[in-house]
Design a binder for this molecule. Sequence first.
Ligand code: NAD
Length: 265
Amino acid sequence: MKTFVVSGSASGIGAATTEVLRSQGDRVITVDLRDAEVTADLSTPAGRNHAVTQVQRLTDVVHGLVPCAGLAGATGVDSALVVSVNFFGAVALARGLQPQLASAGGASVVLLASNSITGMPGWRVSVADLCLADDEPAARADAVRAESVMVYPATKAALAWWARREGTTEPWIGHGIRLNAVAPGMIDSPMTDQLLADPEIGPLLEAYPTAIGRVGRPEEVAALIAFMLSDACSLMVGSVVYADGGTDAILHPESPQGWAVQRGE
Ligand code: NAD
């Protein structure tokens, strides 16, 4: 039996991930604002410290971490909060639990990116840069100058590139910890319900293309995450894996487009 930590476990992809891991006989320590073994607010340094400390009280070894807690970019949502929860909340869990992940002697962290990184034009690249510079106050200050819908992909790009950049370094793979990210497309979850009900974003989502002709289900992403956490996925380091029913392939038939395109390079 392995021990995993899943944040955002009370809903959507986090709940589905918790379920699939438990169904295979593993222990899952859940972290969320509500309905979790560890109740914590990952938007603040104090809440993140509390989450890490509580997990450490429950286990000495963590075989895998899925920092799934996240906020949508939607009308009326505070852009700074999106930065703090999506990027800094996730990275703080990984950093805080690095000793317990190292103790596993072969652990895996799967970060939640999004296909909006390549699918949505015009998002705020400066926020991603400031996240990767590890400057939360500056990233928050920059984020509030934009709508949260343009900040959300920046936080997700930062997570994806953080997994790539840090994944090859000594504190992580040097201790047997594989950092990777999954980039889902539109998934049928409460977060997507919120966006579909949004007066400005909802109508745009009606035109969202997929090759398979439907949105994804949380358990389809959870199955991929469970594989990425498993020993069967031992060669994957610093990868960003799309699971979006073909949306990115429709938008970019020849090759995925990266950060350089968003920057206009
Ligand atoms: P969801 O809204 O169903 O669940 C998010 C969970 O995060 C909730 O349980 C919520 O309580 C928790 N959370 C929010 N703020 C928190 C905080 N401050 N502290 C602790 N927990 C907090 O969302 P979902 O659709 O399951 O998305 C899960 C992850 O997958 C998110 O990171 C999201 O960005 C990402 N994602 C989702 C989609 C999608 O279409 N749903 C697509 C790509 C990526």
